[in-house]
Design a protein around this ligand. Structure first.
Ligand SMILES: *Cc1c(COP(=O)(O)O)cnc(C)c1O
Length: 714
């Protein structure tokens, strides 16, 4: 391969499949081609290739092996998408049993801003693992033209929001076209969705994620009423009415779009209640096929499965009777039933239309996303089953995971490729990860140090740009690439208690300000635009970072996104998590950290609660630290005080001394052994490969209906 056209064609081929976003062997080529252009493009290969100048391409062609590596990556991609010998094929999985995975958000790449946080990250990793394992899965979401906002902080530390626009026509997504009749020009494939005030036409964009296809539904089409065109414009933006409209488009539209494409799923997986209206559309289809109402409901229950994602009540969508009736009556009429017949499927104990209740009553299984969350959900959702005690509520759990290839930083990727072999990216065999114990501690430490150095370099740059923009001095220059570095990044929801660590500023200052054992803390995260309380927490932390005692030691990095997330979870030494138990359903950023050998220090909530219970006994030294205990006694102020005290104690008594304890070569031996335990035990257990296997074998596969009662897999 030697000419410019061939090189560009190869790069375009790589850009057209989002596999580049979870395999650095392809993704890294774009950055290598033009590091500055790559940044300027917002890490968007399509934009990069559009704007790249000829000189860059000449340089790439003159490079001894760049063009060959592009060609090799194209071959590798081709081999990947056509590989017949997948995990799924190996289990004799039926390739025709298609799973439709429906979700309001997908975090695939920062240049495709159709996600806001954890739910999207999980959905994105679900697709990546389904692709790697060869599971016949298609996904449907919404094509938001305004993605979740970009975050900047003003001079006072107050969050400013700017739009993150998705311009689909110029993105690596394809419009879904209808097969043209005769020789008429091809047109967009369109499906109708009935709403209270008329029918909206829905089109789709197709995104390729390895072997998996994702369809993003869009109502911004000519011919739709003006106020219908922007139904899909904002992610979690509008009021309750917009939310209802969006969920009708997602639920009903996804079933119809897949049908129009000739895809006949055997299973519909509702990733959170947002997509629950899919069940009503399936009900309509079964009624149209001649089933009676009860029978039609039973058939729907046979094909739908539901994952609930949060114990926070505000996370469960509910609508007033009048609003639900108005928007659902046209669909009900088309199904030949009245709205009154649908109402009992969704009404909760307070008389609201609840998407969670609808999803539960129309699915054959409901699961939470960690063991503790399963328990909490059984208690919280028991009223849906009337008089049943929580122990008899048939809600199980499948603990979340993360896609290792997506989240491990490049330094550790190299080390894993070398010592574990490239299969670490796709294997479902936990044994492979045991080989990390054979790696020379000095080598593992060196790889991690390089990751930290890269993080600190990047953090300084970002902090400098942030400070310049608001006319301040360079706050970030105190950061030390060799200091013990703590990371805390997540949504600023109040139950996550981002400011718990600052409850006793003097104690925090004593830890952070230690001259002999320097400690620094990097913070990131967005507050929802309407969450004033969350914005105050951010401001509080920014102010703290400017306190002379913390200057250069605590830094808030703006605009938390996937890229920043990976930089942080691979470059810090310790990942902090201090939610109010039991409100963190699972949490996944700590899993990303663990796959990088980063040690978690966390409250016993979400996934950490079960990781500590199940796997800590198998660790040689320990894979992290527990903050506090399982007690949920006392009012919140009391609990905050107790957990903050536990936090300071864990840092001073365990984290700081273990980090400081070096051998003659400067390697912290015990620390590195802990890193090895974290990688060997947590990376395989909390990977989405394991999670997708659990879903396929325990949830997607048909099992006798009463078997769902025994709490499910995992
Ligand atoms: C992984 C991830 C999350 C979810 O992390 P939690 O631990 O569940 O808070 C949120 N946002 C981004 C950008 C992520 O990458």
């Amino acid at each position: 391969m030697s000419d410019r056209a061939t090189l560009l064609a190869g790069l375009r081929e790589l850009a057209s499949n989002l596999r580049w976003s979870f395999d650095d062997r392809a993704g890294g080529l774009f950055e290598e081609l033009d590091p500055l252009g790559w940044r300027a493009s917002g890490r968007d290969p399509a934009v990069l290739l559009e704007t790249i100048d000829d000189r860059r391409l000449e340089l790439a062609l003159a490079h001894p092996d760049f063009a060959d590596r592009v060609a090799a990556a194209v071959d590798e991609l081709e081999a990947y998408v056509t590989e017949p010998d997948t995990w799924y094929a190996g289990t004799d999985g039926d390739p025709r049993r298609t799973v439709a995975y429906l979700s309001a958000e997908f975090a695939l790449a920062d240049c495709l801003r159709v996600y806001s946080g954890g739910l999207g990250a999980l959905a994105g990793d679900h697709l990546r693992s389904a692709s790697d394992l060869g599971v016949p899965l298609v996904a449907v979401g919404l094509a938001y033209s305004d993605g979740y906002f970009r975050q900047h902080l003003d001079g006072s530390g107050w969050q400013q929001e700017s739009p993150a626009t998705n311009d689909f026509p110029s993105m690596p997504v394809r419009p879904v076209m209808a097969r043209a009749a005769g020789d008429s020009a091809p047109e967009r494939l369109t499906v109708p969705v009935e709403l209270g005030d008329g029918t909206v036409q829905v089109v789709a964009w197709e995104v390729t994620v390895g072997r998996v296809r994702l369809f993003l539904l869009d109502t911004d089409v000519e011919g739709n009423a003006h106020h219908h065109r922007d139904i899909t414009s904002q992610l979690y933006g509008g009021d309750n009415d917009t939310r209802l409209r969006q969920e009708l488009v997602l639920g009903v539209g996804s079933v119809r779009m897949l049908d129009a494409l000739g895809i006949r799923p055997a299973v519909y997986h509702l990733n959170e209640g947002h997509a629950a209206f899919a069940a009503l559309e399936r009900l309509r289809v079964h009624l149209a096929d001649g089933a009676g109402f009860e029978d039609a409901v039973a058939r729907v229950r046979d094909e739908v499965v539901f994952t609930t994602h949060t114990p926070v009540p505000a996370g469960h969508d509910r609508f007033e009777h009048g609003a639900a009736a108005w928007h659902l009556t046209p669909l009900a009429e088309r199904a030949g039933v009245g709205f009154d017949q649908l109402w009992p499927l969704a009404v909760d104990e307070h008389g609201w239309w609840s998407q969670t209740v609808l999803a539960i009553r129309t699915s054959r299984s409901t699961n939470g996303v960690a063991r503790l969350h399963g328990e909490v959900s059984r208690r919280m959702l028991a009223p849906v089953w009337g008089d049943r005690g929580a122990d008899d509520v048939p809600i199980g759990h499948v603990t979340n995971g993360i896609h290792p290839g997506r989240w491990v930083g490049r330094e550790l990727q190299k080390l894993y490729d070398w010592h574990l072999g490239p299969d670490w990216r796709t294997t479902v065999d936990p044994q492979l990860w045991q080989r990390i114990h054979e790696v020379d501690p000095a080598e593992l430490w060196q790889a991690h140090r390089l990751a930290r150095h890269r993080l600190i370099g990047e953090a300084r740059e970002r902090l400098l740009a942030q400070a310049r923009r608001v006319g301040r001095g360079p706050d970030g220059f105190g950061l030390d690439p060799d200091a013990l570095t703590l990371g805390f990044a997540r949504r600023f929801a109040t139950y996550k208690r981002a400011t718990l660590m600052a409850r006793d500023v003097d104690r925090l200052a004593a830890i952070i300000g230690d001259r002999d054992r320097p400690v620094q803390l990097l913070i990131a995260g967005k507050a929802h635009p309407r969450d004033e309380a969350g914005k105050h927490l951010i401001k509080h932390l920014v102010e703290l970072s400017r306190d002379p005692r913390f200057k250069g030691r605590i830094a808030f990095i703006e605009d938390y996104d996937l890229d920043l997330a990976r930089l942080l979870v691979s470059g810090v030494d310790v990942w902090l998590n201090t939610p109010l138990r039991p409100f963190e359903a699972s949490g996944t950023s700590g899993m990303k950290a663990a796959a990088n050998g980063v040690l978690n220090a966390s409250v016993l909530d979400g996934w950490w609660d079960e990781a500590v219970a199940d796997l800590a006994p198998k660790a040689r030294v320990g894979f992290g630290w527990v903050i506090g205990d399982r007690s949920e006694d006392g009012d919140q102020d009391h609990r905050d005080g107790r957990d903050a005290d536990a936090f300071y104690r864990v840092l001073t008594e365990a984290v700081v001394p273990t980090f400081a304890d070096r051998d003659g070569d400067g390697v912290p031996r015990t620390w590195v052994q802990m890193m090895q335990d974290a990688i060997a035990l947590l990376a395989p257990a909390y990977s989405t490969h394991r999670m997708v296997v659990d879903y396929v074998t325990g949830v997607y596969d048909r099992r006798p209906v009463d078997a769902t009662a025994d709490a499910g897999p995992a």
